[in-house]
Design a protein around this ligand. Structure first.
Ligand code: NG1
Ligand code: ZN
Length: 545
């Protein structure tokens, strides 16, 4: 390691004194102007990680659904997964080292992690459409170069596309070609073959309105568009030509405000969906004939997909195990429907896709979705081999079902939750089952719910257990929540410190919107009082937005 060169180049990406950042559930995330040194250092770290794993490592520059002024960076591990926890710690140490200590900290990490510095390194880089992203990704490249790592800069990519590229490169192209063309070809081929199986294929020309959050999703969906235009016509809104990224639009806005994004004109019963700023989340929605807005979130997406998969498995007569993984934010009605009506085992993990992804790997077929629309389906290698074999061996209807499953495997991005891939799966399933958006929505009724944020002096005073559904500290808070929950019907509430914002999140559901709002407010007050609230106490939810 040429420590002199590192010191010299690092000075060009100097860390502001005293700034402390944490590698959270989605990497580093803050105002873009504070991130230059972090980017340079993540370039360095990616080289070490690549040397240690003898694999290609990804670096994605994005702040997802957060405001345009923010930015962020995360590293992608060899199989497209989130960075291993011990390396999250290294990332935090490196990002927070004061300028003069940085080379020493870098050396310490390579000793601790037993990195062979002679090993070659390869890093791939992607970025979203934020104005700050281009310069910041250049800082990542500076870091990679100073440690003499090789790199490929993909430029503009969705987050899941970068995960896909990393996965392809580390599996010698078996998963697919590590190019945008390879990505589009793989997904569109599976989509076309799958939709061909529909009875009414060709009878009804399908169309869908997509709110792209004024982000990268618009550019990448446009690239995909001409590969799928025979089967599906997509109308892109909030495509970034006018509006601001994630401002009054995008999946996060639609989910948390439970209303349509700006710029979306909806006719009754028209199917619409929203991506988030880096296109790894998707939610659907429609207006009914009375003009009421209906949200179809990640839970209902997971339900549609798992019921489809279950039917196909039944058809081929193969007993592959299927599990659905959710978080505490999953609507209680979805969990009940999956367990009691569909008889599918459901598991709850902590918030953050890495936890869901990890749990989903335990099944032959693991369906995981966060309520906010981030998710995918993972097939074990053994399940994939078995299904491919059955698609050759079986006959007639059974063979058709096995072939459809084979297409589904190819259509899901196995490396990460992917709005484009999920959208194609959902569109294919709706076509195959002849379902309208209302029929899909009618699978079950969501319990009214409310999410709130509370500002406290130190959100880490709240610790939780049982997949974040129970508070351990501060003392008395869980008892207070229990007492409040008892006052309402069909109610549930929990609180947890956010992993991406300096706030405590409160979630409540109950038999009516009024009760969910009132419970959420009462729980917010308890958090404010018992966990060191700052500023004004939480106000009742009359019109929260
Ligand atoms: P935090 O801020 O830890 O709640 C949010 C989302 C997560 C996940 C991450 C990463 C909710 C309640 N939380 O995490 O699901 O998507 O951001 O982007 O939606
Ligand atoms: Zn995102």
């Amino acid at each position: 390691m040429d420590l002199d060169a590192i010191t010299k180049y690092s000075a060009l990406h100097a860390k502001p004194d005293g700034l402390v950042l944490q590698y959270g559930t989605a990497g580093f995330r803050t105002k873009a102007e504070h991130l230059d040194h972090v980017m340079f250092r993540m370039g360095l770290l990616a080289v070490l990680r690549s040397k240690q794993t003898k694999s290609t490592i990804g670096v994605m520059v994005t702040a997802s659904h957060n405001p345009e002024e923010d930015n962020g960076v995360k590293l992608v591990d060899p199989l497209g997964e989130m960075l291993a926890p011990s390396w999250e710690e290294h990332a935090t140490c490196l990002a927070n080292a004061e300028e003069q200590d940085m080379p020493r900290v870098l050396m310490d990490i390579s000793v601790k992690a037993a990195v062979n510095l002679q090993q070659d390194a390869f890093v791939v880089i992607g970025r979203d459409t934020r104005p700050s992203s281009e310069k910041l990704s250049q800082s990542v490249i500076d870091g990679v170069t100073v440690l003499e790592g090789q790199f490929h800069d993909y430029g503009l990519l969705t987050t899941p596309q970068l995960h896909y590229m990393v996965y392809c490169r580390n599996t010698s192209g078996q998963y697919g070609k590590a190019t945008i063309e390879g990505y589009c070809q793989k997904l569109s081929k599976a989509f076309t073959e799958l939709t061909k199986q529909a009875f009414c294929s060709g009878d009804e020309y399908r169309s869908l309105k997509v709110d792209c959050a004024n982000g990268i999703g618009a550019l990448k969906l446009r690239e995909m568009e001409h590969y799928i235009s025979q089967e599906l016509s997509v109308q892109l809104l909030n495509d970034g030509t006018k509006g601001k990224l994630n401002h009054l639009c995008g999946a996060d806005f639609v989910k948390s405000h439970q209303k349509p994004p700006q710029g979306m004109e909806m006719k009754p019963n028209e199917r619409c969906c929203s991506f988030d700023g880096d296109a790894d989340r998707i939610v659907y929605y429609y207006l009914d004939v009375d003009g009421h807005f209906h949200l179809i979130d990640g839970d209902k997406i997971a339900t549609l997909i798992s019921s489809f998969l279950k039917e196909l498995l039944l058809e081929i007569g193969e007993s592959l195990n299927i599990g659905v993984v959710q978080t505490a934010y999953a609507n209680g009605s979805s969990t009940r429907y999956l367990e009691e009506v569909m008889k599918v085992p459901v598991y709850c993990t902590k918030t953050g896709v890495k936890h869901l992804h990890h749990k989903a790997q335990e099944f032959d077929i693991g369906v995981y979705f966060e309520a906010n629309g981030h998710g995918t389906v993972l097939f074990s290698k053994a399940a994939e081999i078995r299904i491919k074999q059955l698609a050759k061996e079986l006959e007639d209807k059974k063979r058709k079902a096995a072939k459809m499953l084979e297409n589904v495997i190819d259509l899901f991005n196995q490396a990460a939750g992917d709005a484009i891939s999920d959208m194609l799966v959902i569109e294919a399933i709706l076509t195959l089952k002849g379902l309208t958006v209302q029929q899909w929505d009618a699978l079950y009724m969501d319990l009214p719910n409310r999410q709130l944020k509370v500002k406290v002096a130190d959100r880490q005073v709240i610790s939780t257990t049982d997949a974040e559904r129970q508070v351990v500290t501060p003392p008395g808070l869980q008892e207070a929540i229990n007492d409040l929950v008892k006052k309402y019907k069909l109610s549930r509430a929990f609180v947890r410190p956010s992993g991406t914002e300096d706030i405590v999140r409160v979630y409540a559901e109950a038999d009516s919107q009024e009760n969910a709002d009132s419970l959420a407010h009462a729980v917010s007050l308890a958090v404010f009082q018992l966990a060191g609230g700052v500023g004004e106490p939480p106000q009742p939810v009359s019109c929260p937005y």
